[in-house]
Design a protein around this ligand. Structure first.
Ligand SMILES: Nc1ncnc2c1ncn2[C@@H]1O[C@H](COP(=O)(O)OP(=O)(O)O)[C@@H](O)[C@H]1O
Ligand SMILES: Cc1ncc(COP(=O)(O)O)c(N)n1
Length: 269
C-alpha cells in the first residue's frame, strides 16, 4: 500500500499537546505517514514551559538528510525553530531536496509566555524561510511581529496578509484564535488574488494548548494528499474545531486539544 508522507520540523512538547507530538497525532488521524526532525526538546506541561534544550544545527541537518536521502516527503511543516542558525540550515535543506509544499507555523511564544523563538531569529525567518514557503500560518501577535503592524480590524488583517506575501510566501493564513472579544474565530486566507474567510463558533475553554500546531499540521497533511490550499485549510478548520469542542481534561493548566474528535464526529473510529 502506498501512503503519503509528511515531515514536521519542530520542537518536542513533553506534555504531548503541542509541537511534534501534536503534529504526528494530526498526521496519523488524517491518514498520513508522519516523520519528524527535532529542533529542540522542551520540558513542558499544561502549566507552561519549564525548560528548553535546543538541538545543534548539525543534528537538525542530519535528521533532514536521513529523510531526504531515503524516504522523501510529500509535504512538510515547520514549528518551533528557536534560533537563526536552525532556521538557516532548515531553509538550506528544504532547497537542497527541492521540497515545495512547505507550511511555516511561525511559532514565537508558548501560551504561558515562554519564548520559543529568539528575537534575533525573526529576521532569519523573513530572509530565508518565508521566501521558500507555500503557506505561512501566523496567529495575530505573530503577524504583528512579522509585519510591524498593529492588528485589530479585518482591514488590518488583510494589510498584514499582503505584507507577508511581499516577503515571498505564496499563501498566508492569519488565524483568529486571539481575537478574544468576538464570538467567532475567523481565519483569513490570502493567496495573492483573493481573501477567503473561515469562520467558526468561538469555544469558551482554557484547553487550547497546541491549537496552532494541530491546525498547521492538518493543512500539511491535506497538502501531502494533493489538496488545494483552500481545501486543506477547510479541512484543518473542521479538524481544529472538533479537537477544541470535544474537550479532554488533562493537566491543571491549558490542556491539549482532542486529536480523535474529527474522525469520531465523522464516524470513522
Ligand atoms: N476558542 C476557540 N474556538 C474556536 N476555534 C479556535 C479557538 N482558539 C483557536 N481556534 C482556532 O485554532 C486555530 C489556531 O489558532 P490560534 O489559537 O490563533 O493559533 P496559535 O495556537 O498559534 O496561537 C485557528 O484555526 C483558530 O481559529
Ligand atoms: C514545542 C512547542 N511547539 C509549539 C508550541 C506552541 O503551541 P501552540 O500551538 O499552542 O501555539 C509549544 N507550546 N511547544
Amino acid at each position: 500500500m502506498s501512503i503519503k508522507k509528511a515531515l514536521t520540523i519542530a520542537g518536542s512538547d513533553s506534555g504531548g499537546g503541542a509541537g511534534i507530538q501534536a503534529d504526528l497525532k494530526t498526521f496519523q488521524e488524517l491518514g498520513i505517514f508522519g516523520m519528524s526532525a527535532l529542533t529542540a526538546i522542551t520540558a513542558q506541561n499544561t502549566l507552561g514551559v519549564q525548560a528548553v534544550y535546543p538541538m545543534g544545527p548539525e543534528a537538525v541537518i542530519k535528521q533532514m538528510e536521513s529523510i531526504g536521502e531515503d524516504i522523501g516527503a510529500d509535504a512538510l511543516k515547520t514549528g518551533m525553530l528557536f534560533n537563526a542558525e536552525i532556521i538557516q540550515v532548515v531553509s538550506e535543506k528544504i532547497k537542497d531536496y527541492n521540497w515545495k509544499k512547505v507550511v511555516v507555523d511561525p511559532v514565537m511564544i508558548a501560551k504561558g509566555g515562554a519564548s520559543l523563538l529568539q528575537q534575533e531569529a525573526i529576521s532569519a525567518l523573513k530572509q530565508y524561510l518565508l521566501p521558500i514557503s507555500m503557506v505561512v500560518t501566523p496567529n495575530i501577535p505573530e503577524a504583528e511581529v512579522l509585519t510591524g503592524l498593529s492588528i485589530t480590524t479585518m482591514d488590518d488583517k488583510q494589510e498584514a496578509a499582503k505584507r507577508l506575501l511581499d516577503l515571498g510566501v505564496q499563501n498566508v493564513v492569519i488565524k483568529g484564535g486571539h481575537d478574544e472579544d468576538t464570538n467567532e474565530s475567523v481565519d483569513l486566507l490570502y493567496d495573492g488574488a483573493e481573501f477567503y474567510y473561515f469562520n467558526s463558533k468561538r469555544i469558551l475553554t482554557k484547553n487550547t494548548h497546541g491549537t496552532g500546531c494541530t491546525f498547521s499540521a492538518a493543512i500539511t497533511a491535506e497538502m501531502a494528499k494533493g489538496s488545494s490550499i483552500y481545501d486543506a485549510v477547510t479541512t484543518a478548520k473542521s479538524f481544529i474545531q472538533a479537537a477544541i469542542e470535544e474537550e479532554l481534561t488533562i493537566g491543571a493548566g491549558h490542556g491539549p486539544t482532542n486529536h480523535w474528535a474529527f474522525n469520531r464526529k465523522r464516524g470513522r473510529s
